[in-house]
Design a protein around this ligand. Structure first.
Ligand code: GTP
Ligand code: MG
Length: 365
């Protein structure tokens, strides 16, 4: 799972990236240009893992991970609109976008537009993303029109049908309805997935607030919910700079500072969690004396496919899955007790895996 960070220059993308991934990428007042994207991994906070670790006493515990990519300047030099060509491909391949929006006030860090206005910046990024999708749609429609001229009668129908199907999508996008909010006919879903439209991806808007607004973060998030909430869009406020500094400390130091600042749960962990949920992801667990592992799957994934996450042999040679819900296991305190109470179920290939399932795959190679 990959999430790309986008945003205006100096909005704090790299700062937030460092916070999320406990990274040390350089943050700067002046972009040096020509940089490569920073890539890093965040461990998905999972409160169910400690109990499982105690139960299985494995050599290692492996949490689920989300990969973040911090994009350099996302607009093409000299062009007013659209996402820069060389980064467009990377953005298209990501599963979700995280828009870092400048909300901190600091005269020492100039804002491109001359003033700090987060909601304005949200809107202009939405426009950029829509603009980029429109360009892809226009190119596709043109290509279909050219194709129509040379098409054999047997192909004409398919080309015409695709062209007709794309027209309302384009019209709606022009009226500011992102593709993720449009009702796409089922027979077109796969075609559209291939285009990897940016406005079809889940979007997490993160206001990068200053320390002076920390106490107002909850209030700000409520306002964001009211003003930004749309299908497939979530919002959160984060003090990027502070979270980055905390993320770079030792765990003990960090805990100490959080306590003294009254910072409760890390804003960061919440953001990682929100992006996980926004992408429709759930976790199942496997446990043994070697490792306890949290695996990421999309909601709706069936047993055999889930087995493939662990090992391709398990998918190919899938026989059955022995499943117990985490809550049941936790209540029983042991696998043996769960078995005794009849809570250990045998499930087949098409079983829809649920969040928190603890699974043992039986397979044959
Ligand atoms: N005061 C304050 N400064 C911040 C905050 N977040 C980021 N900055 C500063 O803003 C500048 C830009 O931060 P970066 O994280 O490099 O921003 P960016 O969006 O990655 O910038 P580019 O990649 O150059 O477009 C740096 O000097 C940061 O120290 C914040 O919450 N408060
Ligand atoms: Mg940067």
């Amino acid at each position: 799972m990959q999430i790309a960070l986008v945003g205006l220059p100096r909005s704090g993308r790299t700062t937030v990236f460092n916070a999320l991934t406990r990274g040390h990428a350089e943050t700067a007042l002046f972009s040096t240009g020509g940089e490569q994207p920073n890539v890093g991994v965040a461990k998905v906070p999972e409160e169910r893992l400690p109990f499982l670790a105690e139960l299985f006493r494995p050599k290692r515990v492996v949490p689920a991970e989300v990969q973040y990519m911090d994009m350099p300047e996302s607009r093409e030099e000299g062009k007013g609109h659209g996402i820069g060509g060389q980064y467009l491909n990377i953005l298209q391949q990501c599963d979700a976008l995280l828009h870092v929006v400048r909300a901190f006030r600091d005269p020492g860090v100039p804002h491109e537009e001359g003033s700090v206005d987060p909601y304005r910046d949200v809107e202009s990024m939405d426009l950029e993303l829509a603009f980029s999708d429109l360009a892809i749609l226009e190119r596709r429609v043109q290509r279909l029109e050219v194709g129509l001229k040379g098409a054999k009668p047997s192909q004409r129908d398919a080309v015409l049908r695709e062209k007709e199907a794309l027209t309302p999508i384009k019209a709606a996008l022009e009226k500011d309805t992102p593709i993720r909010e449009q009702r796409i006919p089922p027979d077109l879903t796969t075609t559209l997935e291939n285009y990897q439209f940016l406005t079809a991806k889940p979007l997490l808007v993160v206001f990068n607030i200053g320390e002076e607004d920390l106490a107002r973060a909850g209030e700000l998030e409520e306002e964001m919910r009211q003003r930004l909430s749309r299908p497939g869009v979530a919002g959160a406020a984060l003090c990027g700079k502070l979270e980055m500094e905390l993320a770079q400390m030792s765990p003990e130091e960090e805990a100490e500072f959080r306590r003294s600042l009254g910072l409760g749960q890390s804003g960061l962990e919440r953001i990682i969690r929100i992006s996980y949920d926004l992408m429709g992801l759930i976790s199942f667990f496997t446990g043994g004396d070697q490792e306890v592992h949290a695996w990421t799957i999309a909601r709706g994934t069936v047993g055999q496919k889930a087995a493939g996450k662990v090992h391709s042999d398990m998918e190919r040679g899938f026989i059955r899955a022995e499943v117990v819900a985490y809550d049941d296991l936790h209540r029983c305190g042991s696998l043996a007790e769960a078995r005794k109470q009849g809570l250990l179920r045998l499930e087949g290939k098409t079983y829809e895996v649920r969040d928190g399932d603890v699974i043992k795959f039986l397979f044959n190679v």
